[in-house]
Design a protein around this ligand. Structure first.
Ligand code: ADP
Ligand code: MG
Ligand code: MG
Length: 250
């Protein structure tokens, strides 16, 4: 589904990703861990197509298409969801309206008719139940005055509504409490299916107690320097990253 090969990316003059390789198949959950400043958020941003990053080498294929060639909206329409893509506060625009627009833009790109009001409401109801979100949150201005947990729930709800093939979650927020972690984990687990894949970027081993990944990767100095089964996360928790750094330096 996703094939990243020798990816290199910079911000300004600064080289951040230095030859990153990663393969993700449908149905899989991959966790990306690594010390601060390793390039985890940069990877997520590059996959999202954020403009402040320059790809200087390598390739990214998504469902056989060149992802790096696509505008961010095209990436979304092809089925990539980035949790932080929509954390912005939009005064005067409710989650409901925002999602209706986003969903119908995606459908238009795919050559599908827009959902009418009845169909949209039906979908909303189904997904609200799935992620256990309250109607009142959805009619408020997007993210405005939301608590950390409410933002997370809203984000997961957006993901459920857009039904992505590949969801990428960058859990950078150090303020995530246990409830917020649970919301994210429950949402990801609800949406697990043989056709979908998830990449969870995190430095919390704790999150991986709830979202059990198929693979754990360690990103260090812009490369994936170690990959392993879920137990690797526990090993990292116990031993830190120094041994990885030592191995990577060899
Ligand atoms: P991580 O998410 O693994 O902590 P990041 O991808 O956020 O790492 O950052 C990787 C490196 O790029 C860090 O050294 C960081 O300081 C640098 N960096 C990130 N964003 C910017 C930016 N906008 N301008 C300059 N340097 C940046
Ligand atoms: Mg960081
Ligand atoms: Mg980060």
């Amino acid at each position: 589904m996703l094939s990243i090969s020798n990816l290199q990316a910079s911000i300004g003059e600064k080289e951040i990703l230095r030859g990153l390789n990663l393969e993700v198949n449908p149905g899989e959950v991959h966790a990306i861990m690594g010390p601060n400043g390793a390039g985890k958020s940069t990877l997520a941003s590059v996959l999202a197509g954020r403009e402040d990053y320059t790809v200087t080498g390598g390739s990214v294929e998504f469902d056989g298409k060149d992802l790096l060639d696509m505008a961010p909206e095209e990436r979304a329409a092809e089925g990539i969801f980035l949790a932080f893509q929509y954390p912005v506060e939009i005064p005067g625009v409710s989650t409901t309206n925002f999602l209706k627009t986003a969903l119908n833009e995606i459908r238009k790109y795919r050559g599908q008719d827009p959902l009418d009001a009845v169909q949209f409401l039906k979908l909303m109801k189904e997904k609200m139940k799935l992620v256990n979100i309250d109607q009142s949150l959805l009619s408020r201005s997007l993210n405005e005055g939301f608590s950390g947990g409410e933002k997370k729930r809203n984000e997961i709800f957006q993901m459920a509504m857009l039904e992505p093939k590949l969801a990428i979650l960058d859990e950078t927020d150090s303020g995530l409490d246990i409830d917020a972690l649970r919301i994210v984990a429950d949402g990801v687990n609800q949406l697990r299916s043989p056709e979908r894949a998830t990449i969870v970027v995190t430095h919390y081993q704790r999150l991986l107690d709830y979202i059990v990944p198929d693979y754990v990767h360690v990103l260090y100095k812009g490369r994936i320097v170690k990959s392993g089964p879920k137990e690797l996360a526990l090993e990292l928790e116990e031993k830190g990253y120094d041994w990885i750094k030592a191995e990577a330096a060899v």
